[in-house]
Structure formats: C-alpha cells, structure tokens
Design a protein around this ligand. Structure first.
Ligand SMILES: Nc1ncnc2c1ncn2[C@@H]1O[C@H](COP(=O)(O)OP(=O)(O)OP(=O)(O)O)[C@@H](O)[C@H]1O
Ligand SMILES: [Mg+2]
Length: 262
C-alpha cells in the first residue's frame, strides 16, 4: 500500500450535517509557548475578515480556550449531535470544558479515551458552515497531535516556539512530525520574541537573538515558511484572565491569512 493510501485509511468522516472548508493545526514542541494564544489571535483576525471561524480545542487535559473567551454557557447536546458555543465575536468553539459540569475537576481519561474525544469533536459536532477551523493542540508530538494529524483533513499547521525552545531544538520534533505526516507548515511563529519599551519604543530581545531562520533553513518543509514574530504583550494575560481575548485586535497574521484564504 502506498504511503498516501496508508495515511488516508485513518481519516474519519465529519458530521454529515456539518461543513468545514479549511482545517489548520497549531502545534509546538513543548508546553506553555503560546499555542492557545496564537490560536485565539489568528482566529480573531480571521473572524474580523468576515470569515466563519471555528476553534477546535484538542487540548483535552489542559483546555484554555473557553476561559480566555469568557464562555460560561455549556455546549448543548441533541441526541448524538453537539452544538458548539459561540464567542462574542462569533467564533464557534468546541472544548471539553464546554461539556463538563465542573471545570475544576481533572479529566481523568486514559489515552484512548482522550483520542476518542478528539475524534468525536469532528464526527459529532455540528460545525456550522466553517470557512477556517483552527485546532489548538496539546503540547508536543504525543498521542493527541498524532490522532489529529491522522484523523482530520489538515490543510496545514502553524508551529509555535519560544526563543529558548529554538536553541534546544524541541521545535524540530514538531517540524519533523509534520513532514513525516506530509502536512504543509504554513508559518513558524516565534512567540515572546521581544519586548517593546512603551516609553522609548526600543525592542528588547529579553530571551536573546532569534535562531528561527536557521532552524527553518535546515528543513525542506520550512525553508519557505514565513516567520512571524510576536512580542511579549503584558495586556494579553489580563484580557485572558478577564475572558475578553475577543477584544484583542491585531494584524500580526495578515500576510498568513492572505495565503490561507486566498
Ligand atoms: N506574547 C505573549 N505576551 C504575553 N503573554 C503571553 C504571550 N504568549 C503567551 N502568553 C501567556 O503565557 C501563558 C501560556 O500561553 P498559552 O496558554 O497560549 O501557551 P500554550 O502553548 O497553549 O500552553 P499549553 O502547552 O499549556 O497548552 C498564558 O498565560 C498566556 O497568556
Ligand atoms: Mg494551550
């Protein structure tokens, strides 16, 4: 069997009443580098263009999307179908926290149950005419990213890294995984790349110089991928705490969006 045929056999069917045009994964080599933040910001920019946008929160044990958007209502379940919840700026969201009664309880699921939950977010959710869906992944290259890569028809991924991350090469694992799964890398994001002084406007590279261009040049899959630098933005943590990330307008992803929505 050819490699492409072998990959195809793991794909699962979308809910027959749902419609999703493009699916883009947000991945990283390790945790806490800003995947969920990048997912929210790029989704906000997509929605601001008038495109029907969705966030598929594949982080089952550490979901953070509902809190940042201040989603308090639960997803409704009608028979076998789950209806996603909409953010204030109209983004459709599905996350395990929208199904749990008590979001402070840990999700004590074994790996196969977690993988199954991720599949159900694709097969059972009534995604309503989505133009672009962003899948916020858990960190690393483990079971869930593999399930998403194999089961969903991903059009591409965005790899997020912090400056320190680039030095110890964990980001290359994520890049190599996407290459092995034949998924295009649409952009490399260096998060917390610098801090811009509000008084003098000078950009301070708190974590040192970037090595992302070197890493990108080393891999065939990334040598032409755009590199997007995101500064340290102290106001972001506050907006997330207050559940108002939908208020954050940005043009960081304009170039990338032009290529995604052509
Ligand atoms: N550029 C930034 N400026 C300021 N704060 C940031 C920035 N990027 C991320 N943060 C903050 O750092 C924390 C971690 O970010 P985030 O949750 O997006 O990471 P993650 O990669 O999704 O983590 P996990 O692997 O746990 O899912 C959050 O509190 C977030 O608000
Ligand atoms: Mg996250």
């Amino acid at each position: 069997m050819s490699e492409d045929r072998r990959m195809e056999q793991f794909k699962i069917d979308l809910n027959p009443e749902a419609k999703v045009d493009k699916v883009i994964g947000i991945v990283s080599g390790k945790g806490g580098v800003g995947k969920s933040l990048v997912t929210s910001l790029v989704a906000n920019s997509t929605a601001a263009r008038g495109i029907n946008t969705a966030i598929f929160d594949a982080d089952i044990t550490g979901p953070s999307i509902p809190k940042c958007y201040g989603l308090n209502s639960k997803a409704t379940v009608e028979g076998e179908t789950i209806i996603p919840v909409r953010t204030d700026n109209g983004i459709q969201v599905m996350s395990i926290n929208l199904l749990l009664e008590d979001v402070t309880q840990p999700v004590i699921f074994r790996g196969p149950v977690i993988a199954n939950t991720v599949r159900q977010f694709w097969t059972d959710v009534l995604w309503d005419d989505v133009g672009v869906m962003y899948v916020d992944m858990p960190p690393g290259t483990g079971d869930v990213p593999l399930t998403v890569f194999q089961s969903l028809p991903l059009d591409g991924i965005i790899v997020v890294a912090s400056p320190q991350d680039l030095v110890n090469m964990v980001v290359e694992k994520a890049v190599n995984m996407a290459t092995m799964m034949r998924i295009p890398i649409l952009a490399l994001v260096e998060n917390m790349a610098y801090y811009e002084c509000p008084d003098c406007g000078k950009k301070h590279k708190i974590y040192g110089d970037s090595h992302l261009a070197e890493v990108a040049a080393k891999h065939r899959a990334t040598k032409d991928s755009p590199i997007i630098e995101i500064p340290i933005m102290p106001e972001i943590a506050k907006l997330c705490d207050e559940g108002r990330i939908y208020d954050y307008k940005n043009n960081l992803f304009d170039g990338l969006l032009d290529s995604i929505v052509d």
